[in-house]
Design a protein around this ligand. Structure first.
Ligand code: PGA
Length: 250
């Protein structure tokens, strides 16, 4: 049995003062969660949110990580910086990073390895664009992204990784994949992991759905056997909405 994992992706939202308000409201609402609960917050909120969540069941994550230890990489953030600030998880290869900041399967792979070497728990995002889905290329695109992300990653390390399947056309659009589309594509991604690492690792790997997951659709999405949780953008910015999703995940 895989334990569900619900992660909020705040994206570029919430100043430290706003983060404090949200997390303070969230803590009591999710304290009896049956799933793993993570909030992936802007870099400037990590230390504060980690402090607020200390001793609770909410874990803190970042939204990016550099592939190098340190050096001349203006605008990047290192594993050591993230860890010292209190991050335990890190989102890698989100479609917005791929779309707006030139992230490629190669850079995703390098960032993933850096996270793993440093003991951070990665959430690797993959997913097709609308034209891929309409052109019947969903599986091809997801396979290329998964194979690219995990190139030369060992089985032991792969076992520590979470994948988020996020169809790009469903992100922030209010358009959710149907339960069947989510289940089918996640099942396919699991089969790719099986080809790479074998059945034991594939069966144990947690693969989330992301893309307009909310209080209205969480129950039916989570009822799908392949869906092991969610990566939640918009609905993670309100304590009541995120808590509802967390408490729906068993
Ligand atoms: P959304 O974002 O829930 O707002 O669609 C999900 C994500 O981008 O991780």
């Amino acid at each position: 049995m895989r334990k569900a994992i619900i992660a909020g992706n705040w994206k570029m939202n919430k100043t430290a003062a706003e983060a404090k308000e949200l997390v303070t409201a969230l803590l009591p609402k999710v304290k009896n969660a049956k799933c793993d609960v993570v909030v992936c917050v802007p870099f400037t909120d990590i230390a504060l949110v980690a402090e607020l969540c200390r001793g609770s069941n909410i874990k803190v994550g970042a939204q990016n990580i550099a592939w190098a230890d340190n050096g001349a990489f203006t605008g990047e953030i290192s594993a050591a910086m993230l860890k010292e600030a209190g991050a335990e998880y890190v989102i890698i290869g989100h479609s917005e990073r791929r779309q707006y900041f030139g992230e490629t399967d190669k850079s995703v792979n390098a960032r993933l390895k850096q996270a793993l070497i440093n003991g951070l728990k990665p959430i690797v995002c993959v997913g097709e664009k609308l034209e891929d889905r309409e052109g019947g290329n969903t599986e091809k695109v997801c396979k290329t992204q998964v194979v690219g992300a995990f190139e030369t990653v060992s089985a032991d390390d792969a076992a520590k990784t979470v994948i988020a399947y996020e169809p790009v056309w469903a992100i922030g659009t209010g358009k959710t994949a149907t339960d069947e589309q989510a289940n089918e594509t996640i099942g396919y991604i699991r089969s790719v992991v099986k080809e790479l690492y074998g059945a034991k690792i594939a069966d144990a790997m947690r693969i989330q759905y992301g893309g307009s997951m909310n209080a209205k659709n969480v129950d039916s999405l989570m009822a799908q056997p392949e869906v092991d949780g969610g990566l939640i953008g918009g609905a993670s910015l309100k304590a009541d909405d995120f808590a509802y999703i967390v408490n729906a995940a068993k």
